[in-house]
Design a protein around this ligand. Structure first.
Ligand code: CA
Ligand code: CA
Ligand code: CA
Length: 269
């Protein structure tokens, strides 16, 4: 049958609405570009199946290896948008072999960088968000929590936990357990506590210094980068995250507060 112009316009409008709704519902999906200039690495963790790897969509090819993941670990992301990996707190993570691009030092001085994770933590105590650490002699940087559930962003010098600069949130993350939240740290490369900002859901958190020893510049070790693990190869101190990880980002510049807001808005229940 033939449709008159008015009906055709109406149909086009309805189709546009459907397309718009689908677009909005898939903000975290493959079809949507990263919201800022392309970062060093962006893992949307949106495959929804597979147990071997998760893609880096930054265009830089830093495909991450999945460790001890089973098909049943794939779950819904924030608000049912996209997917996430439900890590078990025992041995599951994603990792990337050591490469210089993720060591933010020129050998003498630190360089700016930022890291971000969108995760729903089952427990906020003694957990790992993202780090470049493998053992107590392979230490570069880490975003993790301690037994009191406060969030730390630490840079290590000389591959030693004794020589570090860092910031620790004044409040515990306990209230954030069980729902998706954005955890971001930015660092200006100044080799001091004051150059670190920790953001939760896009807002700068109150912090206190976590500095020890003598900090020269960030180590460039052979540590792997881990999403959801800290000191993964250190039997006494290893931490594995228990919770759903929907996105991880690493960038080789310090994000502005406005940029952090844009990234954090992608992570909401
Ligand atoms: Ca497993
Ligand atoms: Ca290295
Ligand atoms: Ca995801």
């Amino acid at each position: 049958m033939l449709l008159d112009g008015g009906v055709m316009k109406h149909l086009a409008f309805v189709l546009a609405l459907v397309a718009g709704a689908a677009f909005g519902a898939n903000i975290d999906a493959w079809t949507v570009d990263y919201p800022l200039s392309q970062p060093l690495a962006w893992w949307p963790i949106n495959e929804g199946s597979g147990t071997s790897s998760t893609a880096d969509r930054s265009g830089h090819g830093h495909t991450a290896t999945l460790n001890n993941i089973e098909e049943g670990d794939w779950v819904a992301g924030p608000s049912g948008i996209g997917y996430a990996l439900n890590l078990d707190g025992a041995n599951e993570s994603a990792s990337l072999a050591d490469t210089d691009a993720f060591s933010f030092t020129n050998g003498s001085n630190d360089l700016p960088f930022s890291v971000g994770v969108c995760a729903s933590l089952t427990t906020a105590a003694n957990t790992a968000l993202i780090s470049k650490t493998s053992t107590l002699s392979q230490l570069e940087w880490s975003l993790y929590t301690t037994s009191g559930s406060t969030l730390h962003m630490i840079m290590y010098s000389g591959n030693s936990t004794a020589d570090r600069v860092g910031a620790e949130t004044s409040s515990a993350l306990t209230a954030y357990e069980g729902a998706y939240h954005s955890y971001i740290a930015t660092y200006d490369g100044s080799e001091s506590y004051t150059g670190i900002t920790i953001y939760i859901d896009g807002s700068a958190a109150a912090t206190v210094p976590d500095n020890h020893g003598t900090y020269v510049t960030m180590s460039n070790s052979t540590a792997a980068l881990y999403i959801g693990a800290f000191l993964a190869n250190e039997s006494s101190y290893k931490k594995f995250a228990q919770g759903k990880f929907s996105e991880a980002i690493v960038d080789n510049r310090g994000w502005t507060a406005d940029e952090v807001s844009v990234i954090a808005a992608r992570c909401r229940d």
